[in-house]
Write a protein that binds this ligand. Structure first.
Ligand SMILES: Nc1ncnc2c1ncn2[C@@H]1O[C@H](COP(=O)(O)OP(=O)(O)O)[C@@H](O)[C@H]1O
Ligand SMILES: [Mg+2]
Length: 329
């Protein structure tokens, strides 16, 4: 029987520092999610060894005795945080599930990822970067509304009702907030009204796009100015709908773009691509998550149900894709 190591960051392991924002540990998992994933791996016929975060891995790396690691660790800070576990595993020659360090760093940094999208003709909202609020004085040629996000975060960190801005004064305030609170540049993007979708992708050679999931906020699919904020995730005002309410043309276009994005950044085994679609039906890729949440509250359970398989089976398929890559089946 093969043994699968599990690397992860727990919400409960995070020690809040003095000037941390309330969403500082938003990317980390609940102990219950780790348990659900561990049970799913066991149900697929493997032994599970819980390893913990990058520091625990570093301590134990000489004596792990696992065949492969299922990594869902997000790391602590910086744009390379998601790569910390993968790079240690790569150094030690231990196979692992999911994208490698290069892909994880490249995609956590939304600006680097957008540069790749542009080079590959993948539509993404127009943007500029501000490294300081003062730099705004030299920036012109943009149209409101805009959205201000931290350059390298996930899980809607740094996003609140104030993130969508309609004038220079509010833009400057929000850029100041992002830079000071998250200690990183602000990504300023054209705000796309309309609808929102997310597409889970699994496997390799070729990967498979799973049914499109649509985002409903405050009971509405026509989102207009509404978007995904940290506060909304905490509340029940956000729902995932699958199958999505869209026509066949748009469905096809979004599925194609999801796969093209997955390939463009060399995602492996699993990932999730986020989209906004404007009122004219033009899709834009916001970002790709090579380490999307596998929590049963998130989209993977929903799409598994939609294609008639269980949560355990979808975890099994992700793990099998990785084992196959390493010829370990
Ligand atoms: N350009 C945009 N136009 C409209 N809404 C956006 C835009 N960028 C982000 N959003 C909203 O903010 C949410 C989070 O943004 P995203 O880029 O996916 O970052 P992350 O999920 O890593 O926090 C999206 O799901 C969407 O609701
Ligand atoms: Mg997102």
């Amino acid at each position: 029987m093969k043994t699968v190591g599990l690397t992860f960051d727990l919400k409960t392991d995070y020690a809040f520092k003095k000037d941390d924002p309330p969403d500082a540990n938003a990317e980390f998992d609940h102990p219950s999610t780790i348990q659900v994933i561990a049970s799913a791996i066991q149900a697929c016929g493997f032994k599970v060894k819980k390893i913990g975060n990058a520091s625990s891995l570093l301590e134990k790396i000489g004596s792990l005795d696992v065949d492969i690691v299922f990594n869902i660790s997000e790391g602590l800070t910086g744009r390379n945080r998601e790569s910390q576990v993968p790079i240690l595993l790569e150094m030690a020659g231990i196979p692992f599930v999911g994208a490698d360090a290069l892909t994880l760093s490249l995609t956590l940094d939304k600006i680097m990822a957008k540069k790749i999208f542009i080079a590959e003709n993948i539509p993404t909202p127009k943007f500029f970067e501000l490294k300081s609020p003062e730099a705004l004085a030299n920036t012109n040629h943009f149209k409101f509304p805009l959205i201000v996000k931290p350059r390298f975060e996930g899980s809607s960190k740094g996003l609140s009702e104030n993130s969508r801005v309609e004038n220079r004064e509010d833009l400057k305030k929000q850029v100041e907030f992002v830079i000071n609170t998250y200690k990183q540049p602000a990504l300023v993007e054209q705000f796309i009204s309309g609808q929102e979708f997310t597409v889970a992708v699994i496997g390799n050679d070729p990967p498979q796009a799973l049914p499109i999931v649509q985002i409903k906020i405050d009971g509405r699919l026509k989102l207009e100015d509404k978007f995904y904020t940290f506060a909304r995730i905490q509340s029940d005002r956000l729902e995932y709908i699958c199958p999505a309410h869209i026509n066949a043309d748009l469905r096809k276009r979004i599925m194609e773009l999801a796969l093209k994005t997955y390939d463009a950044v060399e995602c492996r085994d699993f990932g999730r691509v986020d989209f906004r679609v404007d009122s004219e039906g033009n899709p834009y890729v916001l970002e790709i998550n090579p380490l999307p949440s596998l929590s049963t509250e998130d989209v993977f359970l929903l799409v598994a149900k939609e294609i008639g398989i269980t949560y355990e089976q979808i975890i099994g398929r992700i793990l099998d894709s990785a084992l196959k890559r390493y010829n370990l089946e």
